[in-house]
Write a protein that binds this ligand. Structure first.
Ligand code: SF4
Ligand code: SF4
Length: 359
């Protein structure tokens, strides 16, 4: 009887292959084709639309770049809806909506709906506190990232918010029931604030809860002119390498880790440079409507009250994003490394990302 129940649970995994996931394939396949098309042109044709919808947050993480902002200059709903609608019309393929804490916006369901209605594969990133009190975003969201760096009080301490770990877990259970089609990822930050034992507990939780896990690497120290009050929590390359040797082993053992082997091997081998093409692939807009240069976080162009198609044809935009290949910062804290590998058509990146796509 126990065996039967276990096998049924496995069969009914919410991460199983379904017809619904064709949408995901279209997203990935289309992204690869767009990369190739854009690569052949001097005019970037970005495909990921990354929008910070608010700079407000109820957490106070030591490594946060945004916590000094209070959300006063966040864009209003109609401006965000316009941008997402235009992004779909121009040919962006997906959106990632983040903050600050996006669920602090009471109009966040409208924002997600605008993204969904624009035909964008819609992803959000949240700290998880409001998953049950502001849940309607999930009707229009394909994939959600929820931050969880450790289990229990250790996570509460990192986020400086007592009780947040419990909120994350109960919010995830809520959405497993009420939003069965939304893919759920835990996003775990690897930094000096977490040990491998704590990370393994997070991996075990994800496995038991039948959700996915993505590790992001804290790289605050590479920018000495960063925001005020940011505490350096970046691991040294040797420590990071040791950590990812163990994480890679967990992935091989069947824990639901979604980082690519391409990404992990780069860190394990202590590489410190790759040619980055991320800004040609992803357009990152901050909550006040400014685009910031990722390599020095200085604003360079605004999307407020201006058609998005005009902004991405502006010579200043083209020149700025094309300069990314000269950047020496080698960020590994987001998808820049994987996307740049795809961009350069490197077989290890293609193979590694294809493995993720079909599992
Ligand atoms: S949850 Fe995110 S936005 Fe909020 S303080 Fe932490 S890192 Fe910053
Ligand atoms: S490595 Fe890429 S994503 Fe990072 S700052 Fe440089 S250009 Fe931007």
């Amino acid at each position: 009887m126990i065996t039967k129940e276990k096998s049924e649970t496995k069969h009914e995994s919410r991460n199983k292959m379904t017809f619904e996931r064709l949408k995901y394939y279209r997203h990935l396949g289309g992204g690869a084709l767009e990369c190739i098309a854009s690569r052949l042109s001097k005019t970037p044709k970005p495909l990921c639309f990354s929008l910070m919808v608010t700079s407000m947050c109820n957490c106070d993480c030591d490594f946060c770049f945004w916590k000094s902002k209070k959300g006063q200059d966040d864009m209003p709903t109609d401006e965000i809806v316009r941008l997402l609608t235009e992004a779909g019309q121009i040919g962006y393929m997906d959106s990632i909506l983040w903050g600050g804490e996006p669920l602090l916006r009471q109009d966040f369901d409208q924002i997600c709906k605008a993204s969904h209605d624009a035909g964008l594969y819609t992803k959000i990133a949240t700290n998880g506190w409001y998953l049950e009190t502001n849940p309607d975003f999930a009707k229009y969201t394909d994939l959600m990232f929820v931050s969880l760096d450790a289990i229990g009080k250790a996570h509460d301490d990192i986020r400086h918010l007592p009780g947040i770990c419990d909120k994350v877990m109960s919010g995830i259970e809520y959405h497993k029931i009420h939003s069965p089609k939304m893919r759920i990822y835990v996003c775990c930050t690897v930094s000096t604030q977490t040990s491998f034992e704590q990370i393994k507990e997070v991996a075990q939780y994800c496995k038991d809860a039948d959700i996915l896990l993505y590790f992001t690497v804290n790289k605050a120290a590479s920018r000495p002119d960063e925001a005020e009050n940011v505490v350096e929590t970046e691991l040294e390359n040797d420590q990071l390498s040791e950590m990812f040797i163990k994480i890679k082993e967990l992935k091989k053992q069947g824990y639901p880790i979604r980082n690519s082997y391409y990404f992990m091997d780069y860190i394990i081998n202590k590489k410190t440079y790759y040619e980055c093409h991320w800004p040609r692939i992803a357009t990152v807009i901050y909550s006040n409507g400014e685009m910031l240069r990722c390599y020095d976080r200085k604003p360079f162009i605004s999307v407020r009250n201006r058609p998005l198609k005009d902004v991405i044809k502006d010579p200043l935009f083209i020149e700025t994003v094309n300069k990314c290949k000269d950047c020496k910062l080698a960020c590994v804290g987001n998808y820049a490394l994987d996307a740049s590998g795809l961009w350069k058509l490197e077989w290890p990146a293609i193979k590694s990302l294809m493995e993720i796509a079909i599992t």
